[in-house]
Design a protein around this ligand. Structure first.
Ligand SMILES: Nc1ncnc2c1ncn2[C@@H]1O[C@H](COP(=O)(O)OP(=O)(O)O)[C@@H](O)[C@H]1O
Ligand SMILES: [Mg+2]
Length: 411
């Protein structure tokens, strides 16, 4: 993990051996110690699957999956370990003793990154780790700048999130929704671009542990000369699935960009991605209207409190006085009360009625795990896959995706 903020404690687990019994692989134990000191752990097969659900799993660099011929009966589970690891951006080194070529082949096809026979040849593990790290560094270095094809003409859907009160979960929703959209399976994963337009205090980069980049400012300051290459270079790749435009490095005045700049960025992003997810500042800015008009779906996150209620009223008045489409806003109540909490349920209903809005989406409180995941730089699907908030956002991603597909078919 890169970052200005020290996030890895000294005892962080960077890698794990995964095997039936690691004592069968004593050379591996030695090599892991040489390579990682104390910063590795040991898991069984089923145990490793459970571990992927923990926030600590987000910090894992790789797994050393060690198997012998007795494990060949267990290929399905081994395959699942590899699939789950890869889905979380964790690399897999497969170490095998007396395993048939057919089984090996099957596991490599699941996406294992490296294969080493056991007993381990001298330095072989170390070299495999170095290759994985070089790959990762290369990806960061190139910033895995997506090769945007010039002249491509998709018409991506624009999904916007704005918090109507600080801390109401806008960025959490934007980041996780973008990631869930990127995870959707199908003939091919949708391509997703996440744009942090909360230029001053944007935290998308923090929540995904991505560095802020100088090129972002340069691009925004001169959108007239922005082309695919410039735009591509300002993007950062998150786990090969999601392209992210973070906020600029330094605190910039919100008016360094105007409506035209924003329009250009959105147009370019739309032409290259199936989904463009935008995290807005909670304040109104000169280009708010542009984003509102460009949005296919515009979520406003609120909470069940007076602050949100008053801000909704203010925003309603402001938008309506300018003839802007207030009813385009989809209100998302964050930290929504549980089903069983009837008195809060009726408060939600009254809040909606008295403000003349419908609250379309309710997001449950996901507890501390939500903040912890974000501090680790991981979306919930990685840090806390079973979290109720994650489940709700995953559902939302699915339904937005299906909606888009139905509309495309109808057209
Ligand atoms: N539903 C939720 N359950 C638990 N914690 C949440 C939830 N939504 C947001 N948080 C936490 O609240 C804090 C503020 O969320 P954030 O998304 O940054 O808000 P905003 O972007 O609206 O200012 C973060 O620490 C985040 O992890
Ligand atoms: Mg935010």
């Amino acid at each position: 993990m890169s970052s200005e903020v020290p996030q890895i404690e000294n005892n962080a687990i960077l890698a794990c051996t995964v095997s039936r019994d690691v004592q069968n692989f004593d050379l591996l134990i030695e090599d892991m110690e040489t390579a990682l000191g104390e910063n590795w752990g040991d898991l069984g097969f089923a145990e490793s699957l459970a571990f992927f659900g923990q926030p600590e799993a987000g910090a894992l660099e790789f797994l050393a999956l060690a198997i012998d011929e007795k494990d060949e009966d267990n290929l399905v589970m081994l395959g699942e370990v590899i699939t789950q690891a890869k889905a979380r951006g964790i690399k897999v080194i497969l170490i095998a003793e007396d395993v048939s070529p057919v089984s090996l082949h099957q596991l490599l096809r699941k996406g294992a990154d490296e294969f080493i026979p056991y007993p381990l040849p001298e330095m072989e593990l170390q070299q495999a780790i170095e290759r994985l790290r070089a790959q990762e560094a290369g990806a960061r270095e190139r910033h895995d700048t997506p090769q945007l094809q010039s002249g491509e003409s998709r018409e991506g859907a624009v999904i916007v999130v704005q918090g109507l009160a600080g801390g109401s979960g806008a960025t959490t929703l934007a980041v996780n929704l973008a990631w869930e959209l990127a995870l959707i399976d199908g003939d091919k994963h949708p391509s997703v671009c996440l744009i942090d337009l909360d230029l001053q205090f944007g935290s998308v980069g923090t929540y995904l542990d991505l560095p802020r980049r100088e090129t972002v400012f340069e691009m925004l300051a001169d959108t007239e000369n922005m082309d695919e290459e410039v735009f591509g270079q300002a993007l950062l790749n998150f786990k090969e699935r999601l392209q992210v435009l973070t906020a600029p490095t330094d605190l910039v005045p919100l008016d360094i960009i105007d409506a035209e700049d924003v329009q250009r960025v959105i147009d370019l992003a739309r032409s290259h991605f199936d989904y463009v997810v935008i995290d807005m500042p909670s304040t109104l800015v000169v280009w708010s209207e542009t984003v509102l008009q460009a949005a296919h779906v515009y979520f406003a996150t609120i909470e069940l409190d007076m602050r949100s209620a008053q801000n909704i009223l203010r925003l309603k008045r402001a938008l309506q006085s300018e003839d802007l489409p207030f009813n385009k806003l989809r209100f998302a109540l964050n930290r929504a009360p549980k089903f069983t909490d009837l008195s809060s349920k009726s408060r939600v209903k009254r809040m909606g009625e008295s403000l003349g809005i419908s609250i379309d989406l309710q997001l449950p409180d996901g507890g501390k795990a939500v903040m912890q995941g974000a501090d680790h730089g991981s979306p919930l699907a990685i840090s806390a896959a079973k979290n109720p908030l994650r489940k709700e956002i995953a559902k939302l991603a699915q339904s937005l995706h299906e909606l888009g597909r139905n509309e495309a078919e109808a057209a």
